[in-house]
Design a binder for this molecule. Structure first.
Ligand code: ADP
Ligand code: MG
Length: 378
């Protein structure tokens, strides 16, 4: 433990000592994978899916026995990109497993023959191909699976933001991938995603290829008791203190939503002097500086929304969790136009991921943005 290291990690890999709880979820995931199952992890955005996957990959049972691969496909919009990103991810992780495996990968990917491999001058491996080099994605995909099938250890492939494939223009992608996944016997898969509706259609509806192909893990907020204890312990280890009342306040402010809690803790921790206790003023100041830091970004978002969308956004922010938003009462209270205008605005706000829904209630997706609106716009 480095004395001056901030224990509340918000970017990149989290060391086990800075990883809060998720004991049950990790144990279940590791058990499922080690017993040959595929897993689908669902949660809201920024709740900790990616963190949980990495955490399990670092676990001895997985790290010592499997080759693990991780690819995030959030930004992809076609099969070609999926294949490119998967190829690149498998390549990058193969390189870390040594030259022999890398050579085999280069040999197996005949469709990209000569376009990547070992640099002639330096002898170092490189994957300097472009999207355009993937001329026949279906064929290259088959080669990647073929490579995984031949690996000298079982493999685990995690595909993050998997719901993206349902948005590709090509129609047969789910069936194509499912076909490969069904055939390969030394490789298990983790599918993670935050768009509940799309993932639900993919995995829970009998007419779709991925129906019942994976065991479900759904990730809720870490419990308050565990999170508060973790916060206090991390402060204590560095000769600082976080009073329980403030820890609880931080948790409750975001309903334990991991990213927001971590971010505020990170800032609060850095603003608390060594050898002293955090007070409410320091916590409030830290929150304000995070929110103010995003000011121009939030204003830009607002500049792209219509008056009706803004009115609804403000109404939802004012409520925290807004329900019955097309009711006469809600429309009157916030001087919105009509129920159908609210529906139209809502659809747009949800498409833009500015608003999320749970159990027919709505809130601002980015919880800091919600607070910013309340602070400056209402
Ligand atoms: N168990 C945990 N303990 C501490 N921080 C975590 C934990 N899980 C996630 N985080 C942090 O919370 C944030 C969101 O997590 P992430 O895994 O990216 O969410 P998701 O993949 O669900 O969108 C990240 O900044 C990550 O570092
Ligand atoms: Mg993620």
């Amino acid at each position: 433990m480095k004395e001056d290291e901030n224990p509340f990690v918000v970017t990149g890999r989290i060391k086990p000592e800075y990883f809060c709880d998720r004991e049950q979820e990790s144990a279940r995931m590791i058990k499922l994978l080690c017993n040959g199952n595929n897993v689908v992890i669902r949660s809201e955005r920024r709740m900790g899916k990616t963190g949980l996957i990495q955490h399990c990959f670092d676990h001895k049972k997985i790290a010592d026995n499997y080759y693990t691969f991780f690819v995030d496909i959030l930004h992809t919009t076609s099969l070609k990109e999926l294949v490119y990103d998967l190829g690149r991810a498998v390549y990058a992780q193969t390189v870390s497993h040594g030259r022999k495996l890398t050579q085999r990968f280069v040999q197996v990917l005949k469709s990209l023959n000569g376009k990547f491999g070992f640099d002639a001058a330096t002898g170092l491996p490189s994957f300097n191909i472009t999207l355009g080099d993937i001329e026949n994605p279906e064929f290259t995909l088959e080669e990647i699976f073929h490579y995984l099938q031949q690996a000298d250890r079982p493999c685990i492939v995690a595909i993050d933001e998997f719901q993206q494939i349902a948005k590709y223009p090509e129609k047969n992608i789910e069936a194509l991938l499912r076909g490969h996944i069904q055939k390969i016997d030394n490789c298990h898969f983790i599918f993670a995603g935050s768009e509940r509706h799309l993932l639900g259609m993919m995995f829970d509806s009998a007419s779709r290829p991925f129906y019942k192909s994976a065991d479900n893990i759904s990730l809720d907020a870490i419990t308050r008791d565990k999170y508060v204890a973790f916060m206090e312990e991390q402060f204590q280890k560095r000769r600082k203190a976080l009073p329980t009342a403030i820890a609880t306040q931080i948790y409750d402010m975001f309903e334990g939503h991991t990213f927001y809690v971590q971010k505020l803790l990170n800032e609060t921790f850095s603003n608390t002097a060594a050898g002293s206790a955090c007070d409410e003023q320091t916590m409030r100041y830290s929150l304000k500086s995070i929110i103010d830091g995003n000011d121009s970004y939030y204003r830009e978002i607002l500049s792209r929304t219509t008056v009706r969308q803004k009115s609804l956004l403000y109404a939802i922010a004012a409520e925290g969790w807004a329900s019955h938003i097309t009711s006469a009462d809600f429309i009157m209270r916030y001087r919105l136009a009509t129920a159908s205008a609210v529906q139209t605005a809502l659809k747009k706000l949800r498409d833009e991921d500015l608003v999320v829904e749970a159990d027919r209630k709505y809130r601002i997706s980015d919880r800091f943005f919600g607070l910013w609106i309340r602070q400056y716009m209402l």
